[in-house]
Structure formats: structure tokens, C-alpha cells
Design a protein around this ligand. Structure first.
Ligand code: FE2
Ligand code: FE2
Length: 170
């Protein structure tokens, strides 16, 4: 493979973000398992779908690196959080991961701007938009879980959560 055409700082940031996206996929799989264990099949399906989306984000960054003659560098992925006490805690965890992810995306973008790396800037603009959607459903999910104060409301929410949060994509 030829020497990378990507500025070193941008390359480091893209690799970091690639591994963060893989970590997010891993964390969403853990959330899906926790929900399945709690008989929350709707939330489990939603988080499983998110895990696949995060894998897709990682693939997008990996393909960008490969297209620019660079082998993506994979790192170890931290163990995901699995010990939630309530669905609200699980939902809040997903929200804080998305907020962290937005900061990571912004950091890549800022590095790409400073280095005048236009292809990486355009790639990150897609991710910046994506994070607006991700933070929107995360906030809606937390609000809906907070509003489901009795067992019946929670079961009803579980039945409809995929449609409520991702209805436009189905
Ligand atoms: Fe992502
Ligand atoms: Fe995400």
C-alpha cells in the first residue's frame, strides 16, 4: 500500500473515531442484550438496529482511509457497560454515548479544517448531520422512558419504540 496521503493528525483522528464507532456498536449490542434479558424486545430491536448503524459508520471511515491508500488501524475496544438498574439508566447511557460521539466527530472535523484536508471535512460533514439525528432520537427516547411511569405504559412504549424513533427509516 502506498504511503498515506492523509495528514498525520487527521489520520490519527480518523482512526480514533473509527474505533469509537466500533465501540459504540459494541455498546449497543450490550444494550440490546440487557433489554432482551429484561423482556424489552422492542428496545432490544432498536438497540440492535443502532449497533448495525454504528458498524456502518465504522465501515464508512474505514473505506475513506482505504480509498486514500491507508490501512485502517484497529485498536482494542473497551468492555461495554451492562449493569443497568433501569431502562431509564440504559437510555441515558445511550444518550451520553451519542453526546460523546458528537464531540469526537467535531474533533475530527476541526483537525481536518486546520490541516486543510477537504475530503476528510466532507466526510465529517455527513457525520455531523448524522449526529443531529442521533442526538434527537436519544433525547426523545429518554423523554419517552421518563414519561412511562407505570408498567403498562412501559410495555406499550416497548411495543412501539422502533416505529416511534425510526419510523421515517422503515
Ligand atoms: Fe456513529
Ligand atoms: Fe450513533
Amino acid at each position: 500500500m502506498p504511503k498515506s496521503k492523509i495528514p498525520a493528525k487527521v489520520l490519527a483522528e480518523l482512526n480514533r473515531q473509527l474505533n469509537y464507532e466500533l465501540g459504540a456498536a459494541h455498546s449497543y449490542r450490550a444494550l440490546a442484550l440487557w433489554c432482551t434479558d429484561q423482556n424489552l424486545k422492542g428496545f432490544a430491536a432498536f438497540f440492535a438496529q443502532q449497533a448495525n448503524e454504528e458498524q456502518g459508520h465504522a465501515n464508512k471511515i474505514a473505506q475513506h482511509l482505504l480509498d486514500r491508500g491507508t490501512l485502517p488501524e484497529m485498536t482494542a475496544i473497551p468492555a461495554p457497560k451492562q449493569d443497568f438498574k433501569t431502562l431509564l439508566e440504559a437510555a441515558q447511557h445511550a444518550q451520553s454515548m451519542e453526546q460523546g460521539n458528537t464531540q469526537g466527530i467535531n474533533a475530527v472535523y476541526e483537525t481536518a479544517v486546520a490541516a486543510k484536508d477537504y475530503p476528510a471535512q466532507v466526510l465529517m460533514q455527513w457525520f455531523i448531520n448524522e449526529q443531529v439525528e442521533e442526538e434527537a432520537w436519544a433525547a426523545e427516547m429518554v423523554a419517552r422512558v421518563e414519561a412511562a411511569t407505570c408498567g403498562g405504559a412501559l410495555l406499550d412504549l416497548d411495543r412501539h419504540i422502533v416505529k416511534l424513533l425510526k419510523g421515517e427509516k422503515e
